[in-house]
Design a binder for this molecule. Structure first.
Ligand SMILES: Cc1cc2nc3c(=O)[nH]c(=O)nc-3n(C[C@H](O)[C@H](O)[C@H](O)COP(=O)(O)O)c2cc1C
Length: 160
């Protein structure tokens, strides 16, 4: 089946200590209902070819270092920057995790992916989420609430 014509979502997880993975698991549970199919992939061994066939992606990533993507996301990010594939067939959302304590680089991991994917021709669906670890909310709970609305926006954007 053409991945653009049905809600088939690949969640790509960039994480250092597993929080973003919890978010992905929660989203997979709430989205994968038989009509919508979801595949969650840790970014660890991915390169830019994961986007080759186009389709729908959710980038679910935290931020580390001086506003960098987490270590397990670096190879994918660098490969995209080096190869610069044409991503016009890609729709994506971003669920970013960060901490406002890092005021200068808050949620830069998600932002870096967002900017690069847009630059390469992909289209974002919905606003980029910026979860704040200092907010007292649990990212997986925020994600579950946000996820239903994002699916609606996705269906409106993808189904013609
Ligand atoms: C050493 C370290 C550096 C971090 N740097 C940033 C940062 O620059 N910007 C930001 O928004 N959050 C930063 N964070 C916060 C993490 O992104 C946040 O806690 C996130 O929820 C962790 O998710 P993960 O477990 O999936 O990696 C940092 C956390 C640590 C421990």
């Amino acid at each position: 089946m053409d991945p653009m014509t049905l809600p088939y979502i690949r969640i790509l997880v960039g994480t250092m200590t597993g929080t973003a993975q919890l978010v992905a698991q929660e989203l997979e549970l709430s989205w994968d209902d038989g009509e919508t199919r979801v595949e969650t992939l840790l970014m660890d061994r991915l390169d830019s070819s994961v986007f080759r066939a186009g389709g729908v992606f959710l980038i679910c990533t935290s931020t580390y270092g001086q506003g960098d993507v987490p270590d397990n996301a670096k190879a994918l990010f660098e490969d995209l920057k080096a190869k610069r594939p044409d991503l016009r067939g890609v729709r994506y959302g971003v669920f970013g995790l960060g901490d406002r304590t890092y005021a200068q680089t808050f949620n830069f991991g998600g932002k870096l992916f967002d900017d690069l994917l847009t630059e390469l021709g992909a289209s974002r669906v919905g606003e980029r989420v910026q979860h704040d670890a200092s907010s007292g909310t649990l990212p997986e709970e925020v994600a579950a609430e946000w996820g239903a609305g994002w699916l609606e926006q996705l269906r409106a954007a993808v189904v013609v």
